[in-house]
Design a protein around this ligand. Structure first.
Ligand SMILES: Nc1ncnc2c1ncn2[C@@H]1O[C@H](COP(=O)(O)OP(=O)(O)OP(=O)(O)O)[C@@H](O)[C@H]1O
Length: 575
């Protein structure tokens, strides 16, 4: 957790003020019992009303000052902790944003969400405790012992007995409680994972009548979390009364033995009362330390989880001195590229070499899992090559800034993603400052105008989270419009026409042609009719290029292509 405290730098002044305020508060708390003893032993014994009023008034002032310090300290420490939480969430979010797809896959969305929310909250809560108790508890404890001994040394043995018992109980609590606290976050993670999967896959869950099974899965995770929380609560439920019992027994012992000393004339009543108050303060401060000992380890688990995110070595980073690109606009070149997903035995792509120029349409075809999307992911630098190089405008993509690279690309992913917001906002996602005319034009080319104009709110129609309130084909067209509005040098359509009917597909491709005529275009498609007019068709088979050329050339030279064609086109079309 100490590592995380480096983010508290901007709150240094706040923390310093809190320390001073708490110091003053503790001093005032420690001074009050002594004053009270004076009132009893001097004021009451001598029936000196003036003295009682004077010291009483002084006590009121001191108490008011202490309270004011406590309020201010609590306000500042809460402000610091909340600010700390905000900084941590920002840091995690920024880091996660720079994750490569591999790092996302490794950690998973569910735990990233828990770490950004629940784990940060743990740290936030414990920071308030640390800020107040780390100062107050030890200071009160040490100060209390000194002040108590000043009142009477012979009763100190009662504390000498009580404190080790208290420490014994703290030890047992920590031994039993710590493992439970440590797994708490993992159990919350598990619950989030199940919940997330269930909610995102709700249609499949329903279609396959798996609601009951999924409920059991959720209930298991939920009950597991509850069981753990109950075990923790049982420990806490036992701990508190036991601590109170020790405190009360200590008080009774002090009164008992103090009374004997008073009777013997070796102690005054005021001193006993003050001693009892100091003993209570000492034991309470130890109780606060226990709370700290309980909370800190749990927050420590959260801190480790947060640090794990913050310290993740990024696979894909910008070079220190990104190369500037020459005037070329959209040249893409693969030079003997091989790539393997982390942990995979077999490479997903092997020895891929080709060049694509502006004005050219390159189509990629191949069976499922042949590496088509992987090839595209290397152009956008979602992953880095294992060997060889991918060049854009003559520069290795690893040597240019990711922002510049992706600024050149209009990408339509295989799995369409829309964000909650209006249709216009979703299209503008491709170009923030796009005018209404540009939005309308992109929509027109993507063949989405008709369905948008049929909507009551038109471009202001609200897209639900995940784009669930539009059809698959409509989503695809909006996602194409979003890419087109960028006027990119390189366009990538990853199986982007699959949800369109034949007529819309033909109309869209005709409208698309002039729009992307000067760009380098990649189309991944399963159907021969989509790829047959391409300038270059790359036929992938098991991660390798089994043929490259035009439709005609491949019919003569590539067996795999001929098989794909034969499975899709009729004899007449083939002829
Ligand atoms: N994130 C990943 N981690 C590990 N292996 C992966 C990952 N993504 C894809 N693969 C594997 O890499 C190979 C190529 O996958 P890719 O998605 O590129 O195929 P594709 O040709 O686009 O398939 P499809 O037409 O079904 O979309 C497959 O064997 C796949 O299982």
């Amino acid at each position: 957790m100490i590592k995380l405290f480096r983010f508290l730098k901007q709150y240094t002044l706040h923390i310093a003020v809190v320390i001073v305020l708490l110091f003053v508060q503790v001093l005032s708390d420690l001074y009050l019992p002594t004053l009270m003893a004076d009132i009893v032993d001097i004021g009451l014994v001598n029936k000196d009303v003036n003295y009682i009023l004077k010291i009483g008034g002084f006590m009121l002032l001191i108490a008011a000052g202490g309270t004011l310090c406590a309020i201010l300290a609590t306000y500042l420490s809460s402000k610091t902790a909340v600010g700390f939480g905000k900084i941590l969430r920002e840091k995690i979010f920024t880091k996660v944003e720079s994750f490569s797809l591999h790092e996302f896959d490794k950690l998973g969305a569910a735990t990233l969400i828990t770490r950004t929310t629940n784990d940060v909250t743990q740290i936030q809560q414990v920071s308030v405790l640390i800020l107040s108790m780390m100062i107050t508890a030890p200071l009160t404890c040490i100060g209390g012992v000194i002040m108590a001994l000043q009142q009477d040394t012979s009763l100190a043995w009662v504390l000498v007995v009580a404190i080790p018992i208290l420490f014994g109980i703290i030890g047992i609590t920590l031994k039993r409680g710590l493992p439970l606290f440590k797994v708490m976050q993992e159990k919350i993670d598990k619950l989030n994972l199940v919940l997330r999967e269930k909610l995102t896959g709700i249609r499949v869950v329903r279609a396959f009548n798996r609601i009951d099974k999924e409920r059991v899965r959720f209930d298991d995770a939920n009950a597991d979390l509850m069981d753990n929380a109950i075990k923790i609560n049982i420990i806490m439920a036992v701990l508190m009364p036991v601590m109170m019992l020790i405190m009360n027994v200590t008080t009774v012992a002090l009164i008992w033995f103090g009374a004997l000393r008073i009777e013997a004339g070796t102690m005054q009543i005021g001193s006993l009362l003050a001693f009892i108050q100091y003993a209570t303060q000492i034991l309470f401060s130890l109780l606060m330390l226990v709370m700290l000992f309980i909370m800190v380890p749990r927050a420590q688990v959260s801190a480790v989880r947060i640090n794990e995110v913050l310290e993740t070595d990024l696979d894909i980073v910008d070079p220190e001195k990104p190369k500037l690109l020459n005037n070329a606009r959209g040249f893409v070149e693969f030079k003997d590229v091989s790539f393997r997903y982390p942990g995979a035995d077999q490479p997903a792509l092997s020895n891929i070499t080709f060049t694509a120029k502006p004005g050219e349409l390159t189509a990629i075809i191949g069976g499922t899992g042949s590496g088509k999307s992987t090839l595209i992911n290397l152009i956008t630098r979602f992953y880095d090559v294992e060997s060889g190089s991918v060049l854009v405008d003559g520069v290795d993509v690893r040597e240019m800034s990711q922002k510049v690279l992706r600024g050149k690309i209009g990408f339509v992913p295989q799995k369409t993603v829309l964000f909650s917001g209006t249709i216009a906002e979703n299209i503008k996602y491709g170009k923030e400052d796009a005018s209404m005319a540009e939005i309308e034009h992109a929509t027109q080319v993507a063949q989405a105008t008709e369905f948008v104009s049929e909507l009551e709110a038109g471009f202001e129609h609200h897209i639900a989270q995940g784009g669930t309130n539009v059809s698959g084909g409509q989503k695809q067209r909006l996602s194409i419009a979003r890419a087109l509005i960028r006027k990119s040098e390189i366009y990538i359509f990853d199986d982007s026409f699959s949800a369109l009917d034949f007529k819309t597909d033909a109309k869209l491709r005709a409208a698309l042609k002039p729009e992307i005529a000067d760009s380098t275009v990649f189309i991944i498609a399963q159907s021969v009719s989509t790829v047959m007019y391409a300038d270059r068709i790359i036929v992938l088979d098991d991660g390798q290029i089994s043929g490259i050329g035009t439709h005609k050339e491949l019919l003569n030279t590539c067996k795999v292509y001929r098989e794909i064609v034969a499975s899709q086109l009729s004899e007449e079309e083939l002829a």
